[in-house]
Design a protein around this ligand. Structure first.
Ligand code: UT7
Length: 328
């Protein structure tokens, strides 16, 4: 049975920055509060007219170039997003056309855990011999569903995209993935209107129901409970322990969540990837963006063990244990 290896990683962030000082002008908050409670200093905001598929296609194009493959070599494209360009067609189909791909393409929505879910799907398809090369993109334009009059959410989220390419290999790359979902927590983080349960109407839009609602404290508690647990489960599946992990790459949601998770796992802070300060929470893009920064800064070596871990609306959670196989 072939293994799935990551042969490239890339990311793309919009130019425009939304700083804490900018948010001080919109809501009753302060740079000091945001930094101390979240670790965030600024986020990126997509340019007017740029949709999730545009960000996705830009990250994907860099991933193709770095992988040294041709667009025709990609057998399958999965885009993890919860802010699709439109209800239909899928953002994956729109990004597929923008990248000049010809392969099957579909969206996957597992909110901020979407990238981990998509890694599991891509790995399963490769291991089954149904595809050789699969592109996974995590992309979100969260600014399209953020209520910039709600200080409990608008301080957290930003826009961005990250991409990886997985390819069949004799060398083990993706060692194990563990996923979970608990739909009883669906009301902790959701967008009330705009779907089939409550189609967007003038009244619902005026009432702000097409914006995200979140119970931040409960999501925080869920994250610091679920992430250490699923990380340990995925490690046990791969026959490794935390001592084998070179880099813990958590979903970048709140620096305090990352610190608590690292402490509960007993992971030294120098092996925990923290990139939230300049990007905020970019949902399904946050893990590949953090991974790409690790790659570009030259920290990844062949044989390094990565633990990618995520959590989000759903509630969903998941962890992927990966051996980095790229030489540069
Ligand atoms: O991808 C998953 C997405 N979601 C998450 O990861 C969210 C996880 N949760 C969090 O990150 C945190 O719960 C928040 C950052 C959302 C909130 O931080 P917190 O430390 O849990 O604050 P809190 O909700 O307990 O609120 C403490 C105080 C409250 O005031 P009172 O009642 O003590 O007077 C809030 O009204 O802070 C107030 N507050 C703010 N003050 C200044 C809430 N937001 C703000 C703000 N600026 N932006």
């Amino acid at each position: 049975m072939p293994s799935a290896s990551l042969i490239s990683v890339a990311s793309w962030l919009p130019e425009q920055r939304l700083t804490n000082a900018d948010l001080e002008k919109l809501v009753d908050t302060s740079d000091e509060w945001i930094r101390s409670r979240t670790g965030i200093a600024e986020r990126r905001i997509a340019a007017p007219g740029d949709a999730t598929s545009d960000l996705a296609a830009r990250a994907g194009a860099i991933a193709i170039e770095r992988a040294g493959v041709q667009p025709a070599d990609i057998d399958l494209l999965i885009v993890a997003t919860s802010t699709p360009d439109m209800v239909l067609p899928s953002t994956a189909c729109l990004a597929q056309a923008k990248m000049g791909l010809t392969c099957p393409a579909f969206d996957l929505n597992a909110a901020c855990t979407g990238f981990i879910y998509a890694i599991e799907m891509a790995t399963a398809v490769i291991e089954a011999g149904r595809a050789r090369t699969v592109m996974v993109i995590g992309a979100d334009v969260l600014s399209s569903i953020v209520d910039y009059s709600d200080r409990s959410t608008c301080i957290l989220f930003g826009d961005g995209a990250g991409a990886v390419i997985l390819q069949a290999s004799d060398e083990p790359g993706v060692l194990s993935v563990h996923l979970g979902a608990d739909g009883s927590g669906a009301d902790l983080l959701y967008v009330p209107a705009g779907g089939s349960a409550a189609p967007a109407t003038c009244e619902r839009i005026s009432a702000g129901e097409t914006y995200m609602r979140m119970n931040g404290n409960e999501v925080f508690k869920f994250a610091v409970r679920a992430i250490p647990q699923v990380t340990n489960e995925a490690l046990a599946d791969s026959g490794l322990t935390l001592a084998d992990v070179d880099w813990l790459v958590p979903h970048q949601a709140n620096q305090r969540i990352t610190d608590t998770v690292a402490q509960r796992l007993g992971m030294p802070s120098e092996r925990v990837v923290c990139r939230i300060e300049d990007t905020g929470n970019t949902s399904s893009a946050s893990i590949p963006i953090a991974l790409d920064s690790l790659y570009r800064e030259g920290h990844l070596r062949p044989g390094h063990i990565l633990a990618l871990v995520g959590f989000g609306a759903g509630l969903t959670y998941g962890a992927a244990i990966i051996r980095w196989t790229r030489e540069d």
